[in-house]
Design a protein around this ligand. Structure first.
Ligand code: TRP
Length: 357
């Protein structure tokens, strides 16, 4: 595997309560990338256990994310869908990356600081090493593009730092083994094995905010159920949550600039835009001047029309766990074929001894 081809990789943690933010910010974009790239979509269960997961719930959460992928329109035949723990190469490469990444790099990760909270001594070692595993997920497939939310940008930068240091440290070995391809590192040309992966960030609802507080991200752990629409909500629940969404007293502006400093209005317009594949300006062309009493019912109808079919397809799929499990096994087998080759190369580059090729 010498030449680096364009490829998309992304992952979602199976931690339960899959919500509209996960769908609009991630899964819906995964679906649209299928036409332009070879895509690998992974349920990152190894990442999930960096904080405690109830074993009796974890398996169903893995199946839930898988069902959401499929119900949303990801094609598991054309592309690859699997769960991380079935492909041991992720953990293997992560170990090697643990030895490439520096303590200082990982100590600067804001997600670790947030998740570990005040009592850092009590955080798992896995939570600290999390970004090296994420780099391994991506680089096991030498993926060139990764659709992620704004909050993962720093982890993508770290992924590039790891790739670059690996390419640099082992440049001579990579070229004498005839692997990789020439790349620029700064203004030096080196023989690099791993690509410098680009994040794909954006879209009208790259960040879906809480329905109760437009300054906070929609989150699975918000104590208020009204703050999020979960993928298992029925039509009544979706309508009710949108009706009760926090807003200000003004009507909708007719220009996007008018949404500045109005986080709740901005969020609802962004959700409408993302659900309907349009931009915020077009939404405001239609609804500029309208009161929320008009806009909210329109948004509720749209959300029900878009989410309900996915939710019922998810329920149908989840009713047959054996079918989902077998789909994941098949996906993992295909992922492993690629992962195997990368790890064979990497082990040789590092200098480990193994079967001759
Ligand atoms: N850290 C990502 C998140 O919490 C999940 C993730 C793990 C991921 N590995 C990845 C995303 C690789 C993209 C690529 O959202």
């Amino acid at each position: 595997m010498s030449n680096i081809e364009e490829r998309v990789f992304s992952g979602i943690q199976p931690t339960g309560n899959l919500h509209l933010g996960n769908y609009l910010g991630a899964i819906k974009r995964f679906v649209s990338l299928q036409d332009d790239y070879n895509c690998i979509y992974c349920v990152v269960d190894l990442h999930a256990i960096t904080v405690w997961q109830e074993p009796s719930e974890l398996a169903n959460n893995i199946r839930e994310v898988t069902a959401a992928f499929i119900a949303s329109g990801i094609d598991p035949q054309k592309h690859i869908v699997f769960n991380q723990s079935q492909v041991a190469e992720h953990a293997e490469l992560a170990w090697i990356f643990n030895c490439v990444a520096r303590m200082g790099w990982l100590s600067r990760m804001t997600q670790f600081k947030e998740k570990a909270g005040k009592d850092r001594e009590k955080a798992s070692v896995g939570l600290f090493a999390y970004p090296a595993l994420m780099a391994a997920d991506i680089l096991t497939y030498r993926a060139t593009h990764v659709p992620v939310g704004e909050d993962q940008k720093q982890h993508l930068e770290l992924t590039r730092d790891i790739a670059q240091k690996f390419n640099n440290d082992f440049s001579d070995r990579i070229s004498s083994l005839g692997l990789g391809e020439p790349m620029m590192v700064g203004d030096e040309k080196v023989q690099g094995y791993f690509p410098l992966t680009e994040p794909l960030i954006g879209g009208p609802a790259a960040r879906v905010m809480s329905l109760r507080d437009g300054s906070k991200k929609m989150s699975k752990s918000d104590p208020s159920d009204l703050s999020r629409i979960v993928m298992t909500d029925d039509a009544d629940a979706i309508s009710k949550k949108i009706r009760k969404a926090k807003t200000d007293a003004d009507g909708l502006p007719s220009e996007v600039e008018g949404l500045k400093n109005r986080p709740e209005a901005d969020n609802l317009v962004g959700i409408y835009a993302a659900l309907n594949d349009m931009d915020k300006a077009s939404v405001l062309k239609e609804f500029g001047g309208a009161q929320f009493g008009t806009f909210k019912p329109a948004l509720a109808d749209l959300a029900v029309a878009k989410i309900d079919p996915i939710a019922s397809e998810m329920r149908r799929l989840q009713a047959d766990p054996a079918e989902i499990d077998s789909l994941l096994v098949k996906g993992a087998d295909r992922a492993r074929e690629i992962a195997n080759r990368t790890l064979a190369d990497v082990k040789e580059i590092v200098g480990f001894v193994g079967p001759r090729r």
